[in-house]
Design a protein around this ligand. Structure first.
Ligand code: PLP
Length: 377
């Protein structure tokens, strides 16, 4: 019996994908962002479900992730959002893996690889419209495209950009990015470079900025059941996909004035019942939840007392008199009518749900529920 484990509800994933699909017109396809092990949810099982639901593209950040999808039998085109290394050019061309392109030296090596293979390397040009992170700056785009013009084995299938603040209530900076993106698209038109896909909408753009949908949207976090922020104008009905669970290993009565855990940061103000739960920061439960967070036992909230340690926490179950050794504990997820969300944990720790999912999702004990494909492992 595992001391703690992660459950991934693939029915909730399908529901969330449908929510994204319902927000776009029939002319807009979906690229499901499954990088970083699908934000901790399991890249291959997630991609299989979403391929069956009609995802047109997948998005990863690293070339090896794209290869892992191919090895698992995913046949859809895959976009490597951070681009690829020269050494991977041939394999990328062979496998129909599309790199994000923002460097001409990378374009040249892709051109060479594709020429040797007597084919074309499909790429998506990344334009930096205001995120300031990755992409060709708009002012350099014209000379970049002139450089590409000389590389007949490179085919620009798409052009894309990324929003910096689409999840904020004030959309004025997003509007500026959209305007710069449309100028970039004009440049492609003027240079007579045909494009199949223009894309810039992440989850927030998919939900709140229909003018940014173009031919493809790139939702990530909403597929996993969290809103990109609480500031959206048009939030969706999302279902959390990941739960983290554990079993109580010990319950004991502790007298008043007893220290609990490392550093004695908590001393019992009165006699208490303390349950020890085998989950800690090694399982992705932030140490910042020390003396702050709570867990669910028997459908009730039990506060974390003392420090979160590497593999254990101590919780006050004085108000859950029937709490018992071997009881199931929900650290993330729901039990009865109570729920602890990644957003709740994230806001207690000054971070975002994305980070909570990535950390908790590293648990090797991951159970997939409600698969539709029969291949969820
Ligand atoms: C380029 C790009 N597109 C789309 C996404 C998906 O964003 P979100 O998870 O906010 O939907 C990401 C995620 O970071 C990204 O880097």
């Amino acid at each position: 019996m595992a001391l703690n484990w992660v459950e991934i509800d693939l029915a909730a994933l399908r529901h969330n994908f449908q929510q994204a699909k319902d927000r776009v017109s029939k002319d807009t396809a979906l690229l499901a962002v499954v990088k970083s092990d699908a934000y901790g949810h399991g890249m291959v099982p997630v991609a299989r479900e979403l391929a069956a639901m009609g995802a047109r593209f997948f998005g990863v950040s690293k070339f090896w992730e794209a290869m892992a999808l191919r090895e698992a039998g995913i046949t859809q085109p895959i976009l490597v959002l951070v681009g690829i290394e020269p050494a991977d050019a041939e394999e990328a061309v062979r496998q129909g893996i599309r790199p994000a392109l923002y460097r001409l030296d990378h374009a040249e090596m892709l051109n060479d690889a594709a020429r040797r293979m007597q084919t074309k390397a499909k790429v998506h040009v990344k334009v930096d419209t205001g995120m300031g992170r990755l992409g060709v700056p708009p002012g350099s785009l014209e000379s970049f495209l002139e450089g590409l013009w000389r590389l007949p084995h490179v085919e620009v299938e798409g052009v894309f950009s990324h929003f910096a603040t689409a999840d904020e209530r004030d959309k004025s900076y997003s509007a500026l990015q959209m305007e710069r993106f449309s100028q970039a698209l004009d440049l492609f038109r003027r240079k007579r470079i045909p494009l199949t896909y223009a894309h810039m909408a992440n989850s927030a753009g998919t939900l709140d900025l229909p003018g940014a949908h173009h031919q493809l949207v790139r939702p990530g976090i909403m597929l996993y059941g969290s809103p990109p922020s609480s500031d959206l104008h048009h939030p969706a009905d999302l279902k959390p996909v990941m739960s983290l669970k554990a079993r109580v290993v010990q319950v004991k009565s502790v007298p008043q004035g007893h220290p609990i855990g490392y550093g004695r940061t908590f001393t019992t103000p009165h006699a208490m019942r303390i349950a020890t739960v085998p989950v800690g920061y090694d399982d992705g439960l932030p140490r910042l939840l020390s003396n702050k967070g709570s867990v669910l036992i028997r459908g009730r909230r039990a506060p974390i007392v003392g420090r979160v340690s590497m593999n254990m926490i101590t919780v006050d179950v004085s108000a859950v008199p029937d709490a018992h050794e071997d009881d199931e504990v929900v650290v993330l997820g729901s039990q009865g009518t109570e729920r602890i969300t990644a957003d709740e944990i994230a806001s207690l720790c000054g971070t975002i749900s994305y980070e909570i999912y990535c950390s908790m999702g590293k648990n090797p004990q991951r159970v997939f529920l409600n698969a539709s494909t029969g291949l969820a492992s």
